[in-house]
Design a protein around this ligand. Structure first.
Ligand code: NAD
Ligand code: DAU
Length: 355
């Protein structure tokens, strides 16, 4: 069996659903169910005996060790994290707790388990750490894309905490010989994306007649990858990656934020036109910038392509259309997600932005 952490979040739940669709191997899914974790994402596998869901914290050493032993885990894929940059600016502590201390405790549990395995199981074991391109910092307009050897220059509490976790994972390989793999991926989008992030937030605000908030001048660039392409890359690295190596994952889809939002508006205008016949683009509103806002991320994914043969299936145009269609077809999912604490987060993040 494999152990997935954070498998009720956006990327983790897509990964679990796909894994169970393409593999016979069962999954233990350890997730704390923070505001970002949602069991509705996993409703289709709720009665599947190959999916064992455990509510718990990756920082709980005893629980993690117990699960590793009980289910004779042969690989861990660590998605669990606090993942939203704006939340890390308002309150960094949870990011240190989960992303740094949590990863450390999980590594300790894995090391204790892995050390006592027989030689064959020991060499076949893998700890795959899912990380982000944000650890590399910000690029200028004409800089080459991030490669795996780019200097770490994290700029937000979120990216600093992910950078710390990457360093711990690396150290556990170099010091203890733990067979680790690390992936650093660009911005994901697709089904089950929590509507605090740019794409799902703007789809939902558009449909409910609210402003589409663009930070600063909207010319910040992100490199977008459809979530199922990320999941496929993780499966590829898990199966064929060289132990101790880092693989960058990206979609070769650099877009300015304002262009992403205009594209969303154009697709919505076509699929679900506004009642007054005007474009959703009329709702675009420039607001105060994110403090320390990284200007540009761009991933050079050629190592993963060259060494392991992975390539994304979706272009931005196909992926974004599928995403908008998914949200239009899953308004019940959104309605559940945006109740409760979500409203107080929106108030906290956007109230002081001088719309
Ligand atoms: P998410 O916020 O949607 O989900 C995170 C999940 O982790 C949630 O289910 C949450 O309940 C769980 N979790 C949080 N703290 C936990 C803890 N202490 N113990 C157990 N579970 C806990 O995040 P996501 O967007 O799906 O990102 C998943 C991973 O991928 C993260 O490590 C993130 O840094 C990385 N990543 C994300 C992106 C992106 O664009 N979203 C890109 C590159 C890398
Ligand atoms: O690059 C990978 C990272 O991508 C992941 O590691 C993070 O977990 C993930 O959240 C994402 O980080 P970003 O900060 O790039 O994503 P977000 O959707 O929050 O913002 C995308 C861009 O849009 C960014 O430049 C900020 C901007 N933005 C965001 C929001 C929420 C706006 O202009 N307005 C908004 O309301």
């Amino acid at each position: 069996m494999i152990l997935v952490t954070g498998g009720a979040g956006f990327i983790g739940s897509n990964f679990v659903l796909e894994w169970l669709a393409v593999s016979d191997e069962a999954v233990v899914n350890l997730d704390k169910l923070t505001y970002a974790g949602n069991l509705q994402n996993l409703a289709s596998v709720a009665n599947d005996a190959r999916h064992v869901f455990v509510r718990g914290d990756i920082a709980d050493f005893d629980l993690a060790l117990d699960l590793l032993n009980k289910y004779k885990i042969r690989a861990v894929i660590n998605f669990a994290a606090e993942s939203h940059v704006d939340r890390s600016i308002h309150g960094p502590e949870d990011f240190i707790q989960t992303n740094v201390l949590g990863t450390f405790r999980l590594l300790e549990a894995v090391r204790a388990y892995w050390s006592q395995l027989a030689d064959a199981e020991k060499s076949g074991f893998r700890f795959l750490h899912v990380s982000t391109d944000e650890v590399y910092g910000s690029l200028r307009k004409d800089d080459p894309q991030f490669t795996e050897t780019h200097q770490y220059q994290p700029n937000s509490p979120y990216s600093a905490s992910k950078a710390a976790s990457d360093h711990l994972v690396r150290a556990y390989h170099h010091t203890y010989g733990l067979p680790v793999l690390t992936t650093n991926c660009s911005n994901n989008y697709g089904p089950y994306h929590f509507p605090e992030k740019l794409i799902p937030l703007c789809i939902q605000n558009a449909l409910t007649g609210k402003p589409l908030p663009i930070y600063g001048d909207g010319q910040q660039i992100r490199d977008w990858l459809f979530v199922t392409d990320h999941c496929a890359a993780i499966r590829t690295v898990l199966a064929h990656g060289r132990v101790g190596e880092v693989y960058n994952v990206g979609g070769w889809n650099e877009k300015a934020n304002i262009d992403v939002v205009n594209t969303l508006c154009a697709i919505l205008d076509e699929l679900q036109p506004r009642g007054d016949g005007k474009s959703y683009a009329e709702q675009i509103t420039y607001v105060a910038d994110r403090p320390g806002h990284d200007r540009r991320y761009a991933i050079d994914a050629s190592k993963l392509e060259r060494e392991l043969g992975w390539k994304p299936d979706e272009t931005f145009e196909t992926g974004i259309r599928k995403t908008v269609q998914w949200y239009l077809g899953h308004q019940d999912w959104v309605a559940n997600v945006v109740s409760g604490d979500y409203q107080s987060w929106v108030e906290k993040n956007y109230a002081g932005r001088n719309v």
